[in-house]
Design a protein around this ligand. Structure first.
Ligand code: ADP
Length: 370
């Protein structure tokens, strides 16, 4: 081989080896500096925190980043730091005290922005500890609670307003016995609606409270179906609607009898309310793979596809006037959904306008005491 080529190859290899050695040396040095800045015990401690924890250096890089901080997206394990966190650390040094701020953080390929709470505490002249919490879910829950409170006030206004008007009319027409009787009947209807609304508001608040409200006991599903059908008997008779039970399995489920009955009652009541006179409602019960499926089928007015995913929302109605007329509150299906969730079960709907709807509640079966 040409001596010049040899020489070039040797020099090339030497430069390469030197570069690799330099990179390795720098990385080790960085690690040693970082380790000296943040002692092992402190790292261990910060690693077990649920909140994000970042130790910020003067050069606007992180000397330590725990996993939650990486997951939240404020810093990378290699020390790269979100500029807003470095800015906050500088403010903390300048003031010589803890400072806090809400910082927008973009995450994921979709670039979803969440508001992250950062509290920066100066540890000494060189280091700041930034504690980071993503409160997005908490804020959404708070917003949902606020919306619920506004909706509840709005829903309560209607029957209370109606009662007040009816009372006024009775006062004005006190001499007309027929009118007084008719208005008194209407007042009773509004009061019933109000009572149902208040009961359901209490129930949904309890179910959404987060804590488990279940009384755990063996529940005979076929018996609950029979009770639910019995409860809807009068309303069905008044509309000449036949309710049939089609029980192919008689399983037990572990859960709360009263809550399961309430959920099933809501489904059967709806099947009757949203069907025209003379139609048929069938409640079937089947079991497969440790799951019991309770299906409530009607030949009613059905639900548009666009509304099907919204009907489980609180106070959503496809036809508010029809719902109110039948004493509906718009909370029934939301209660069903939460009862299912509390039982680690599920509820879904199949529906076609003009053909009918089938709501299926699925629960895990339980063998009970042998
Ligand atoms: P409501 O008290 O209004 O019945 P729900 O939460 O039980 O409230 O139901 C929400 C909405 O879903 C109802 O207002 C109605 O529009 C629709 N819906 C529920 N069940 C049925 C059904 N079986 N057939 C047709 N529409 C239904």
């Amino acid at each position: 081989m040409n001596p010049d080529v040899w020489l070039a190859a040797v020099i090339g290899a030497a430069v390469g080896a030197l570069t690799v050695a330099l990179v390795v040396h720098r990385r080790r040095r960085k690690e040693i500096i970082a380790r000296t800045l943040v002692p092992h015990r402190t790292r261990q401690l910060l690693s077990v925190l649920q909140s994000g924890a970042v130790i910020v250096r003067r050069d606007r890089r992180a000397a330590f980043v725990n996993n939650p901080a990486t997951a939240i997206g404020v810093a990378r394990p290699d020390g790269a730091l979100l500029p807003a966190v470095a800015d906050l650390a500088e403010v903390a040094w300048k003031r010589g005290e803890a400072v806090e701020e809400e910082i927008p953080v973009k995450r994921g390929v979709l670039g979803v922005t969440s508001q992250v709470h950062v509290r920066a505490v100066p540890l000494d002249e060189d280091l700041v500890l930034a504690v980071v919490n993503d409160n997005t879910e908490l804020r959404l829950a708070e917003q949902s609670r606020r919306e619920f409170a506004i909706n509840v006030s709005h829903e309560l206004k209607t029957p209370v307003g109606a009662l007040s008007l009816l009372a006024e009319s009775i006062e004005e027409g006190a001499d007309d016995e027929h009118m007084v009787r008719s208005f008194a009947g209407k007042m009773r209807k509004e009061t019933r609606r109000l009572t149902k609304l208040i009961q359901e508001i209490i129930e949904i608040s309890r179910l959404q409270g987060g804590d488990s409200v279940l009384v755990h006991a063996d529940v005979d599903i076929a018996a609950v179906i029979a009770e639910a059908i019995d409860g809807a008997h009068l309303a069905a008779e008044a509309k000449d609607i036949t309710i049939t039970a089609d029980i192919k399995a008689t399983p037990m489920a572990l859960g709360d009898h009263d809550l399961l009955l309430m959920a099933l009652r809501n489904l059967v009541d709806n099947a009757v309310h949203y069907s025209n006179p003379g139609k048929r409602v069938t409640v079937s019960c089947t079991e497969a793979d440790d799951t019991v499926s309770i299906a409530v089928m009607d030949q009613g007015i059905g639900i548009d596809l666009k509304d099907q995913e919204r009907i489980f929302e609180r106070f959503f109605r496809t036809d508010p006037a029809r719902s109110r007329e039948s004493g509906g509150t718009g909370l029934g299906l939301s209660i069903v959904k939460h009862v299912a969730l509390q039982h680690a079960g599920a509820v879904d709907v199949w529906s076609q306008p003009g053909v009918g709807s089938t709501f299926t509640l699925r629960l895990q079966t339980h063998q009970g005491e042998q």
